[in-house]
Write a protein that binds this ligand. Structure first.
Ligand code: SF4
Length: 331
């Protein structure tokens, strides 16, 4: 029976700001009061524009960074400090798949050595068992023993990302946090790598947080989607519900930009301007300067992320109830 593997409540993380135009504000609030949950074997897609706090949230969920506020629970235990031995043990059960496979791999070590590294770190198996496990992991991600003998720069970008995935799977984790795992790949390779992630998920039932700015990728792999804007989750729900009836105006804009999802006569919603500087947030709803349906109240009253209907849907918008009855692209 499935149950919650990961729970996060009220996470907040700020970084000091040194110098610059907004120096007097002194900090950037990268994550602002985020609560999420992930069931065993589930994939949650985390989508939003660059700089919205997705990667910071991923690191907070893994305990790689300490939140300023809030709490993360993994398998019913409060996440230990990353300096504690308990966290290092837990690390075998939760792994990060990096955005840049070349940067994530050591240029001087062979692929096989790097795939086997977590086994050595966590003291899993002896040399013979580790070697067999490395070969099995390489095969799992579509690579051969010959690939294992090479250095990272001797592989293609797609093959390197397969190596990163094989290494992340070495300890049979329960959770993968995948931070933009396809954004550095050619478009022609992205679909193959997404399919590989889906195969792995189905085969091993590993839970995933799949972070991407690309809703096309997210929708393929995720059972649920959380949409982030300026450090907050503004909409959350089952993937089909979000894609076919987005309630938040920001989600509507993201969905309308995906051609295959857009209905034939639906217009694309073009958002005005760029996301505001996180160090200089608008009052009220932080989306209001770009929102095509903003009302006067939106500039001074912050909407809460509230349940909307059934199936676990949540939306942070004063107009959420009205939007629920409007067709996609109506604005
Ligand atoms: Fe737009 Fe207002 Fe909803 Fe914010 S609360 S998304 S500004 S309608």
């Amino acid at each position: 029976m499935k149950g919650a593997l990961l729970l996060a409540e009220g996470l907040a993380k700020a970084y000091p700001l040194r110098g610059g135009l907004f120096a007097r504000r002194s900090q950037i609030l990268a994550v602002n009061g985020v609560s999420v949950s992930l069931n065993k074997g589930e994939t949650l897609g985390l989508v939003g524009e660059s700089g919205c706090g997705k990667s910071t949230l991923g690191r907070l969920l893994l305990g790689l960074e300490k939140p300023d506020a809030g709490c993360v629970t993994f398998d019913n235990e409060v996440m230990p400090s990353s300096k504690a031995a308990a966290w290092r043990r837990l690390r075998a059960r939760m792994q990060l798949v990096y955005q840049d496979p070349l940067g994530a791999l050591d240029a001087r070590l062979s692929v096989a050595e790097q795939v086997g590294e977590p086994l050595v770190i966590h003291g899993i198996g002896g040399p013979a068992k580790r070697k067999a496990r490395v070969l099995a992991l390489l095969a799992l991600v579509g690579l051969s023993e010959q690939h294992g003998a090479r250095l990272p720069h001797e592989l293609s970008g797609g093959q390197r990302q397969r190596v990163v995935l094989a290494r992340a799977l070495a300890t049979s984790p329960d959770l993968l946090v995948c931070d933009e795992p396809i954004s550095a790949l050619d478009v022609s390779i992205q679909a193959q790598v997404i399919n590989l992630f889906m195969d792995i998920q189905q085969k091993f039932g590993v839970a995933m947080i799949f972070i991407s700015h690309d809703l096309r990728a997210i929708r393929q792999i995720s059972q649920r989607i959380a949409v982030m804007y300026l450090g907050r989750i503004v909409e959350e729900g089952i993937t089909d519900d979000i894609l076919h009836a987005p309630l938040h105006p920001y989600t509507r804009a993201l969905v309308s930009a995906v051609p295959e999802v857009r209905k034939p006569r639906a217009r694309r919603t073009i958002l005005a301007g760029d996301p505001p500087n996180p160090a200089d947030r608008p009052d009220g709803c932080e989306f209001h300067p770009r929102c095509p349906v903003a009302m006067s109240t939106c500039s001074n009253l912050k909407p809460l992320l509230l349940g909307s209907g059934s199936r676990g849907r949540k939306v942070a918008c004063h107009l959420a109830a009205a939007n629920a009855s409007q067709p996609l692209g109506a604005h």
